[in-house]
Design a protein around this ligand. Structure first.
Ligand code: TA6
Length: 293
């Protein structure tokens, strides 16, 4: 994308919570994207209002991921495989992305941000890469995270678009699309469980990595809507709600906030990590939309 900017009606460079951000508007929708972590923090549509969730206790500061929106987990998911001291979920979500420009494509504004390997990332991830984040705002929100191997040797990475959805009450919603899929349960530490034929409902802490390429539909009677999390080139779906005890253990997560959120994450995590040979690239995309119940 040439370093042009759609006009101010569609793209505004602003500051929010002391951080540089983009306000993107098109088709009656509006999104807020921080350059910090390339993090989408809000997506509102004219018909359904805010579809994402951000904690009231979120911290907006260098070195800290914003609790909510769509944090980018890259180049690994969760704890690092061998280095426990490395930052959980990788370093992209606490890195400063560069705004490359935006343009209007029909009734959608598309903004592009970039992140490249540096001397600072090498100790964590000794590979050369160029990442591009394309955020498209219109009737739907589309977040596409492309990674290119710009080095001379192969590398593997994991990625998760860690989407925090806003819900009326997680105890009153159901998630369909994962029926019959196998999953690893990070709460029980069981591997290879299989989701039943019924939609997923939530009765306690839930932290599951599903082997699934399917869209997930969260039915929320309390908000009279279905929130749809679609995805492309993503073979893992992570579903998470911390429930009471874990929420209390997180300083940037209000003790009473857990009922109002549900993470449905388009991912490629073990055993579906991505292998890139030199000059190859891969894009993981999530598309968030809503429909009236
Ligand atoms: O995606 C679910 C998860 O891996 C949970 O295990 C929980 O740790 C969550 O991510 C949030 O991680 P964070 O490092 O942002 O607190």
């Amino acid at each position: 994308m040439q370093n042009s900017q759609a006009d101010a009606r569609h793209t505004e460079q602003i500051e929010a919570h002391g951080l540089k951000a983009l306000r993107l508007r098109a088709s009656g929708s509006e999104a807020l994207v921080y350059l910090h972590g390339g993090q989408v923090a809000s997506f509102r549509t004219a018909e359904h209002g805010e579809l994402l969730w951000v904690s009231e206790r979120a911290v907006y500061a260098p070195g800290k991921a914003i609790r909510g929106g769509i944090p980018l987990c890259f180049p690994w998911f969760g704890a690092h495989g061998t280095e426990p001291a490395f930052p959980a979920h990788g370093f992209a979500r606490t890195s400063e992305f560069r705004f490359e420009g935006s343009e209007l494509r029909g009734n959608v504004v598309v903004a592009e941000l970039s992140l490249e390997s540096t001397r600072e990332t090498a100790p964590w991830f000794p590979h050369t890469f160029a990442a591009r984040l394309r955020v498209s705002v219109g009737p739907e929100l589309c977040v596409a995270f492309e990674v290119e191997n710009t080095g001379a040797t192969d590398f593997d990475y994991e990625v998760a678009l860690h989407t925090y959805l806003g819900v009326s009450d997680v105890r009153q919603v159901s998630a369909s699309g994962l029926e019959g899929a196998s999953y690893d349960d990070k709460v029980s530490a069981e591997h290879g469980s299989v989701q039943g034929a019924e939609p997923l409902v939530f009765i306690g802490e839930t932290d599951r990595v599903y082997d699934s390429s399917s869209r997930v539909v969260v039915t929320d009677p309390g908000r009279r809507r279905r929130t749809v999390v679609d995805k492309t080139s993503s073979r893992s779906t992570v579903v998470w709600n911390p429930w009471t005890a874990k929420a209390q253990r997180m300083a940037d997560f209000g003790d009473e906030e857990w009922p109002s959120m549900l993470c449905v994450e388009a991912a490629n995590v073990s055993p579906h990590g991505i292998h890139l040979t030199p000059q190859s690239r891969h894009t993981t995309t999530t598309i968030v939309s809503a429909e009236t119940l």
